[in-house]
Design a protein around this ligand. Structure first.
Ligand SMILES: NC(=O)c1ccc[n+]([C@@H]2O[C@H](COP(=O)([O-])OP(=O)(O)OC[C@H]3O[C@@H](n4cnc5c(N)ncnc54)[C@H](O)[C@@H]3O)[C@@H](O)[C@H]2O)c1
Length: 352
C-alpha cells in the first residue's frame, strides 16, 4: 500500500483536482495499484483560519509516511503576498529537497500548437529544471530601503553537488528513455562564476555518457531555437530561474497551461506532483478549467511510483479525448471541467 497525500489547494486547483482524483480512483481500481488517497484541506481557507500553511509535524508526516504529494494549485487574492503558498509549496520543494523539476513538453495534437508547420514529433522533449538553488534561495537584502539611495541585492547560489545531481539526473533520464541528446542552457557568457560551474560540471558528467549527444545554448539562443526548431530538443537541463521561464514557453508550445503537468522529484523519496498552472481565481468553480494538466500530472506521478502501465493508459485516454476534441474551451472544445474529466475516465475504463 502506498499513501498519496492530495492537496487540492485554491481556485481552479480544487476544480481540476476533483477530476484528477476521479482518474486516480479509476486507475487504482482498474490496475489494482494499492494506493491509499488521503485528502488534506491545506490552502488559503486553512491559512486564514489557522495562520499557518501546514501544521506542525505535517512535513515530517509527508516525508515519513507518504510516497507522493499531489497538489492542485495555490493562490488566493485574500493573501496577496502568497505566504501560504510559500509555506506549503516552497516548503515542500525545499524541505523534501525536491531538486528535479521535471516538465515534459509534448504536443498531443497539431491544432494545439501555436507554431506554423510543426507536428507532434517535432515537439516532444523534457526539461530538467534545477529546483532548489539559483536565485530562488532567498539570499540578499536591502540597504537604505525606501530611500533614493536604496540598494537591493539578490544572490544566486549554485553548489557543485546541486549542479552535478541535476545534470546527472538529466543524463540518466536520457539513457533510460533512449533520448539521443542532452542540451544544457545557461548564461555563462555574462554570469561568469555560477554558470561557469554549470559549464564545467556538464562537460565532466557528460563524458560519462558517451552514447548521448551533448550541446549547449545560451538561454537567449535556446528560446529562439525552441520556437524555430523545437524538434532539435530531447532533454534540456538548466538552472532554476532560467528553467522557470523556459518551461512556460514549453507549456505554450504544447497548447497552454491547461495541458502542462510537472513533477518535483527527489528520486527514491516522497515527491510532489502538480499541474504547472496556478489557481486562476477568476475562473474558479465555474466548470471552465482544463483538467488535462492535472490528469497528465497523475500519469507522471504513477510513472514515478513504478506504475508505468497505469500511467501509459491515462496518457492514451487523454490523447484520445484530445483527438476527438472532447476537451475544454481553452483547447478548442466545448466541454466543462467535469464533463472532460468524466469523458477521460470513461475512456480509461474501456481501455484494455
Ligand atoms: N504552482 C502553483 O500553485 C502556482 C503557479 C502559478 C501561479 N500560482 C498562483 O495562482 C494565482 C493566479 O496566477 P496567474 O493568473 O498568474 O496564473 P494561472 O496559471 O492561474 O493563470 C494564467 C492564465 O492561464 C489560464 N489557465 C491556467 N490554468 C488553466 C486551466 N487549467 N484551464 C484553462 N485555462 C487555464 C488562465 O485563464 C489564465 O489566463 C496567483 O495567486 C499565483 O500566485 C500558483
Amino acid at each position: 500500500m502506498q499513501k498519496i497525500a492530495v492537496i487540492a489547494g485554491d481556485g481552479i486547483g480544487i476544480d481540476v483536482t476533483t477530476e484528477a482524483l476521479k482518474i486516480m480512483r479509476c486507475a487504482n481500481e482498474k490496475f489494482r495499484l494499492g494506493l491509499e488517497l488521503i485528502e488534506f484541506e491545506y490552502g488559503a481557507d486553512y491559512f486564514l483560519k489557522t495562520g499557518v500553511g501546514l501544521p506542525k509535524g505535517q512535513m515530517e508526516d509527508f516525508r515519513s509516511n507518504y510516497a507522493a504529494v499531489y497538489l492542485g494549485a495555490l493562490g488566493d487574492p485574500r493573501i496577496p503576498d502568497m505566504r501560504h503558498g510559500r509555506e506549503i509549496l516552497l516548503a515542500l520543494r525545499f524541505d523534501l529537497d525536491l531538486y528535479i523539476n521535471l516538465r515534459p513538453v509534448k504536443l498531443l495534437n497539431v491544432r494545439l500548437c501555436p507554431l506554423k508547420g510543426k507536428t507532434k514529433t517535432d515537439i516532444d522533449f523534457v526539461v530538467f529544471r534545477e529546483n532548489t538553488e539559483g536565485p530562488y534561495v532567498g539570499a540578499g537584502g536591502f540597504l537604505k530601503k525606501g530611500t533614493p539611495d536604496e540598494v537591493a541585492t539578490q544572490e544566486a547560489m549554485h553548489t557543485r553537488k546541486g549542479v552535478e545531481r541535476i545534470i546527472r539526473a538529466a543524463f540518466e533520464y536520457a539513457r533510460l528513455h533512449r533520448r539521443k541528446r542532452v542540451t544544457m542552457s545557461d548564461k555563462s557568457n555574462v554570469l561568469r562564476y555560477g554558470h561557469d560551474l554549470w559549464q564545467r560540471v556538464f562537460a565532466e558528467v557528460g563524458a560519462e555518457y558517451p552514447e548521448i549527444e551533448k550541446d549547449h545554448y545560451f538561454v537567449d539562443a535556446l528560446v529562439m531555437k525552441m520556437v524555430k526548431s523545437p524538434e532539435h530538443f530531447d532533454v534540456i537541463v538548466t538552472e532554476n530561474m532560467l528553467g522557470d521561464i523556459i518551461t512556460d514557453l514549453g507549456a505554450m508550445l504544447q497548447g497552454g497551461l491547461g495541458m502542462a503537468g510537472s513533477g518535483n522529484i527527489h528520486p527514491g523519496r516522497t515527491s510532489l506532483f502538480e499541474p504547472v498552472h496556478g489557481s486562476a481565481p477568476y475562473m474558479a468553480g465555474q466548470n471552465k478549467a482544463n483538467p488535462i494538466a492535472a490528469i497528465l500530472t497523475v500519469a507522471m506521478m504513477l510513472d514515478y511510483l513504478g506504475k508505468p502501465n497505469a500511467a501509459e493508459a491515462i496518457e492514451k485516454a487523454v490523447q484520445q479525448a484530445v483527438d476527438e476534441c472532447q476537451v475544454t474551451a481553452d483547447v478548442g472544445g466545448k466541454l466543462g471541467t467535469r464533463e472532460c474529466g468524466d469523458y477521460i475516465v470513461s475512456l480509461l475504463q474501456r481501455l484494455h
